[in-house]
Design a protein around this ligand. Structure first.
Ligand code: TMP
Length: 237
């Protein structure tokens, strides 16, 4: 195993630092879909996601959300607080799309009467199955109190990001968050990028996220670059 490598995910690697409180996250060009069934290397994706996620985490920090982000080290690497990851993914949905549309037979693009918050087990082996709250607490993955914090924080992040993306001419359709424990506090970890969100252009409906890869729509990197360009022009940042 590579020196210092703590974990190699599908699109990021985590490296140890000399202390117990920080780690280095490296964003790679690798991309996968369908739980690893489809794979590609997309030149420049790592750098784009490292920058987009850093910009968004700094925006969230400025608005009172604690994240693991400390600083950018270079094009593809960030220094982060070393957290104990909570083993559930938190998915927030504003508009029907993806697995929600498929599972419930709802056309993609249908607005939802309320924001949906879902939990799913972080397990590639099991295909990240959706879990209800009593299943999460029964397995000791998080307590009910922690779930309340996760939901409240996820909804606050949704409000902040929806406003920012609206200013950038994009609709925030849905996104996935991961949290971890740091010094006894629940903080936002992992990334927020076009790999972990759905964004549609407000005027044309053009997809500007990883669905371009999942659905073979082409110009994946062009779309990610466009997301970063619009964020750089945003007044709120
Ligand atoms: P889904 O519609 O496939 O359930 O995805 C919902 C959102 O979560 C979408 O923005 C993509 C994101 N997501 C991830 O980032 N990683 C995952 O493993 C999954 C299943 C979804």
């Amino acid at each position: 195993m590579e020196k210092g490598l703590l974990y190699r995910g599908k699109s990021k690697s985590v490296y140890a630092e000399d202390d117990d409180y920080t780690c280095i996250l490296e964003y790679r060009d690798s991309t996968t879909a369908g739980n690893g069934a489809k794979k590609a290397e997309l030149d420049g994706k790592g750098a784009l996601n490292a920058e987009i996620s850093s910009v968004l985490y700094q925006y969230l920090e400025q608005n009172g959300i604690e994240t693991h982000f400390i600083k950018k080290l270079d094009d593809t690497r960030i220094l982060a607080k070393k957290v104990d990851i909570i083993n559930v993914e938190v998915i927030v949905r504003n508009i029907a799309a993806g697995s929600f549309s498929k599972k419930y037979g709802v056309p993609e693009g249908r607005p939802l009467k309320n924001t949906v918050v879902e939990f799913s087990l972080k397990s590639d082996q099991l295909g990240d199955p959706m879990m209800n709250e009593s299943q999460v607490t029964a397995l000791g993955i998080a307590s009910q109190e922690e779930l309340e914090v996760l939901k409240k924080t996820a909804l606050r992040i949704n409000t902040l990001l929806s406003s920012l993306f609206d200013e950038c001419g994009m609709v925030l359709v849905d996104f996935k968050l991961e949290f971890g424990i740091y010094d006894g506090r629940l903080i936002l970890a992992d990334e927020i990028s076009p790999d972990s969100c759905r964004f549609w252009d407000k005027a044309t409906g053009r997809k500007l996220d990883k669905d371009r890869f999942r659905q073979d729509l082409g110009d994946v990197i062009g779309a990610y670059r466009e997301v970063l360009r619009r964020l750089r022009n945003a007044q709120q940042l």
